[in-house]
Design a protein around this ligand. Structure first.
Ligand code: GDP
Length: 193
């Protein structure tokens, strides 16, 4: 399959749902407890959970986003705890056009593992995937272990977008998700879907 065919099959025209023009799937990846599910609940429901994850359960959330004259339904998948067991399978990545790769700026090990996640994306993800590297918990500046510059440098060398966020204070969460969605939209509409 050529690049155009891949993109066409992946950005579904959402004919059965009159409320939107396209459905995009995107995934959240990164180590356990970096804040993935709180970023997602912030983006989809504007909520922050102070307690830790109650159950392994929620697998994805939707939000409708207007881009130009199109209404896009973003379907964002959360690992729902599976990353703890390194049990994320190829079906998690299947059909995904975007990924938010999240680390915790207060835990260097989660940043060191970014390389492993990128490797996994290469193995299982679509080659055209839009990836945003996200350094979360920017509100905890006093316990920072990873400088913003380090995140930027990895992003530049791997051709990713980059942003530091705080799911707690709701800083840059919209920007991270909407940036990804806008880029996916540009990429797929360039192929005249
Ligand atoms: P996940 O395992 O990657 O989905 O991480 P969670 O969303 O469950 O968050 C793990 C822990 O980090 C929880 O105790 C959250 O309350 C906390 N957390 C998540 N995002 C932030 C943030 O932006 N700032 C702070 N200070 N804590 C956060």
């Amino acid at each position: 399959l050529g690049r155009e065919d891949i993109l066409k099959t992946m950005a579904h025209a959402y004919a059965y749902d009159e409320e939107c023009d396209y459905l995009f799937k995107a995934v959240l990846i990164g180590d356990s407890a970096v804040g993935k599910s709180n970023l997602l609940s912030r983006f989809s429901k504007n909520e922050f959970r102070l307690d830790s994850k109650p159950t392994i359960g929620v697998e994805f959330a939707y939000r409708n986003v207007r881009v130009g004259d199109k209404l896009i339904k973003a379907q964002i998948w959360d690992t729902a705890g599976q990353e703890r067991f390194r049990a994320i399978t190829s079906s998690y990545y299947r059909g995904a056009l975007g990924a938010l790769l999240v680390y915790d700026i207060t835990r260097r090990a989660t940043f060191d593992n970014v390389k492993k996640w990128l490797q996994e994306l290469k193995e299982f993800g679509c080659s055209e995937m839009v990836v945003v590297l996200v350094g979360n918990k920017s509100d905890l500046g006093h316990s920072r272990e990873v400088d913003e510059e380090e995140g930027k440098n990895v992003a530049v060398s791997d051709g990713l977008c980059f942003m530091e966020t705080s799911a707690l204070d709701n800083v840059n969460v919209e920007e991270a998700f909407l940036g990804m969605i806008n880029k996916i939209h540009q990429m797929t509409t360039r192929t005249s879907l």
